[in-house]
Write a protein that binds this ligand. Structure first.
Ligand SMILES: [Cu+2]
Length: 259
């Protein structure tokens, strides 16, 4: 029942928005992007699938992969996930205790999500960074996801209004001319868009796969760089379907502390 309801909701959005980009986002949201000496070292993380500005949830099945990378070390965290609800939909949560200084990249690879309205699968490989205890090395290290945004701007300690740049990679190579959809995580739907064009911001990557964006307001902003792979996933109907790969990155921006 739940599944049909969500599906209906997504279809509704498709028709309601016509050609305006329909932005689903994988999401990994730590409760903080920076943890300092003396702070509580226990992070709470949620993993979800949603339309972040509109605060509409979609179900996220148990991911295929979920882990943390710090330095060259990868830790498999899949078994730590507990099912929860985010925006009334299936989602996942976990706790992670930071033990040493460094940059932690939290990433997941979801099961392909079938979107009948678009006759394709959606696979958003999603990432967020947490900087711990003064560590600063290695924020530009790739995790090695099939679809990945590699930051060119240090992805923490950012003010609202700072320019943010990243390289979009697919199978390890920069993607020129990719659409990057950008959305604000809009807690309690406090912000209303003047019209539907404002919901998702869109920028393109240049010939080197680089995109640039400057968020106007503090909060978490999601970047979803989209690449379609033809006939990527076998559908139960026996035909291979296209997959929209999203390289998704969530970055926290903070308001300027002065007046
Ligand atoms: Cu959707």
């Amino acid at each position: 029942m739940q599944r049909y309801f969500t599906l209906g909701l997504c279809l509704l959005l498709v028709f309601a928005q016509a050609n305006i980009s329909l932005a689903h986002f994988g999401m990994v949201l730590p409760d903080r992007s920076m943890v300092m000496q003396g702070d509580n070292p226990d992070l709470d993380l949620i993993l979800a699938f949603c339309h972040p500005f509109e605060q509409k949830g979609m179900p996220l099945a148990r991911p295929k992969k979920f882990g943390a990378q710090t330095g060259k070390e990868k830790t498999d965290l899949l078994n730590t996930l507990q099912e929860t609800k985010v925006l009334d939909n299936q989602a996942w949560k976990t706790k992670f205790t930071l033990k040493k200084p460094g940059i932690y990249a939290f990433y997941f690879d979801p099961q392909p999500y079938w979107e009948p309205a678009e006759n394709k699968y959606i696979i958003h490989q999603t990432k967020a960074y947490v900087a711990a205890f003064g560590g600063e090395e290695g924020w530009d290290r790739e995790v090695g996801l099939k679809a990945e945004i590699v930051p060119l701007t240090r992805p923490f300690g950012l003010y609202a209004g700072n320019v943010f740049q990243g390289v979009v990679k697919f199978k390890g190579k920069p993607v020129a001319g990719a659409d990057v959809e950008v959305e604000y995580w809009n807690p309690e739907k406090k912000v209303a868009a003047p019209n539907d064009y404002f919901i998702s911001q869109v920028v393109k990557t240049d010939k080197n796969g680089v995109f640039t964006f400057a968020p106007p307001q503090a909060g978490w902003w999601g970047f979803a760089a989209l690449t379609t792979e033809k006939q990527a996933v076998m559908h139960p109907d026996g035909k291979k379907k296209d997959a929209e790969y999203g390289a998704v990155l969530w970055v926290q921006f903070t308001g300027w502390p002065g007046k």
